[in-house]
Design a binder for this molecule. Structure first.
Ligand SMILES: Cc1cc2nc3c(=O)[nH]c(=O)nc-3n(C[C@H](O)[C@H](O)[C@H](O)COP(=O)(O)OP(=O)(O)OC[C@H]3O[C@@H](n4cnc5c(N)ncnc54)[C@H](O)[C@@H]3O)c2cc1C
Length: 400
């Protein structure tokens, strides 16, 4: 793949790598190596280091503090971040909510919210899904009723990623039940400290905490927190979801996982020989690597294309990228067997250690692998389930 890159892009990669090597705190790199879910203060610490350099919001236009990089530079930057095991920033704020704000929100809203996201001071959540309204999102029922200068919000959101860290939530609400479902949806920016909001954690199969449910009980939200036009929330949501799906290709993350798997396979033994020497294992690893290279080419091609239909590209790379993330995690899990069963305990107890007396002693390279393989079941669900993406591809690309 190196041939894809120009001399300038190679020099850019070297600059990023040198910066990360000298500035990434070693304790954060170690947490990232074991796929700790980064704590808010650790994300914020790293974002502040990047912000100082002007690199904390790679996707943003220069007018709002972005570095003005090309798509390929952003890809290289992400690759170097994952390679170094740097913590991810508040991705919902920086990659999903902020583009909606700088594209559709009022200038007052941009000035109010964007600087705090860029500096790692405010964290965001995305409140779309509800019980019964996931794939069929336009059926959502959380209501916002106008009352003078406020909306009064009642209902429930679920699967809210990073809700335990978030200060604000970008919410889809129903402001009109009389029109067709999509036309009655609006987008509100809600302060999660508002009276009437209850959060409940959802512990996932990896014994980790990244998703939550939120209950809204007559929450008063200033009307000035409406994004754009009332009733136009569905189009902002589609814009956000296209960004989410494109990001879910996660090629840099998969490449990092492949490198980690290669290391595991050099250490783990099969019939007394390193697993990496086993022909069957090597063939399976090669298949994943080839598919990842193909996806990488597709993503880079989309990033450098003069124009493309963003929606269908987003669905295509989402499907392939999310499946690859599962495949590499599953193979690593298989390579380790029960030696991969340990989960890192982070200081806030958001990940717990299996302590059942049955787990074998785990080598450093095995920490977190099984947990990762379990959580990766979610990649084909979040951002819009893959079955739904396949239907979109069938309609828009194949015209079936
Ligand atoms: C880890 C994780 C994080 C998430 N984070 C967020 C978040 O931050 N914010 C947020 O708003 N949401 C979030 N979600 C929710 C996510 O977007 C939904 O789970 C997803 O859209 C699927 O909706 P559902 O869970 O209601 O499943 P359902 O819609 O009930 O689907 C169940 C199954 O049926 C299939 N199915 C449904 N309809 C069809 C159809 N018409 N044709 C074919 N198959 C169909 C689906 O593909 C799926 O396999 C997250 C989910 C997970 C697992």
């Amino acid at each position: 793949m190196q041939s894809f890159y120009s001399e300038e892009e190679k020099a850019f990669r070297a600059e990023v790598r040198a910066f990360v090597e000298t500035h990434l705190p070693p304790d954060l790199a170690r947490q990232g190596l074991h796929d700790y879910h980064p704590r808010r203060q650790d994300q914020s610490r790293w974002v502040k280091i990047l912000a100082e350099k002007g690199w904390s919001v790679p996707h943003w236009p220069a007018a709002y503090g972005g570095p003005g990089w090309t798509g390929v530079q952003r890809f290289i930057f992400e690759e170097e971040m994952r390679r170094a095991h740097a913590p991810t920033a508040d991705r919902i704020g920086t990659e999903l909510v902020a583009p909606v704000l700088y594209t559709f929100a009022s200038e007052e809203q941009r000035q109010k919210y964007l600087p705090a996201i860029r500096k790692g001071d405010t964290f965001w959540a995305q409140g779309f899904s509800e019980p019964g309204s996931g794939s069929d999102l336009s059926s959502l029922r959380t209501r916002a009723v106008r009352d003078g200068d406020h909306y009064v919000v009642s209902g429930q959101k679920t699967w809210t990623t990073e809700g335990q860290h978030a200060d604000m939530i970008f919410m889809l609400v129903r402001t009109n039940a009389e029109v067709k479902p999509q036309a009655g949806i609006s987008a509100l920016l809600i302060d999660l400290k508002s009276a009437g909001i209850t959060r409940r954690p959802i512990w996932t199969i990896d014994e980790g905490l990244t998703v939550n449910e939120f209950f809204f009980d007559d929450v008063r939200v200033p009307a000035e927190n409406l994004v754009g036009e009332e009733g136009a929330g569905w189009s902002y949501a589609k814009f956000l979801l296209n960004n989410e799906r494109t990001n879910s290709a996660e090629v840099p993350h998969t490449k990092r996982d492949i490198a980690q798997l290669r290391e595991i396979a050099k250490i783990e033994l099969k019939n007394g020989r390193p697993l990496i020497e086993d022909a069957n294992f090597r063939a399976r690893l090669a298949r994943i690597e080839i598919d990842t290279m193909a996806l990488e080419t597709a993503v880079l091609r989309a990033l450098t294309a003069a124009s493309h239909d963003g929606g269908s590209v987003a669905s295509l790379v989402k499907v392939r990228g999310s499946e690859l993330r599962q495949r590499v995690a599953d193979l690593a899990d298989e390579a380790l067997g029960d030696r991969g069963l340990a989960i890192c305990l982070n200081p806030e107890g958001e990940h717990r250690m299996f302590d059942d007396g049955l787990t074998s002693p785990v080598a450093d390279h095995g920490i977190g692998i099984a947990a990762k393989a379990m959580f990766r079941r979610a990649t084909t669900i979040y951002g819009g389930a893959n079955e739904i993406q396949r239907t979109l591809i069938a309609k828009t690309v194949l015209e079936l």
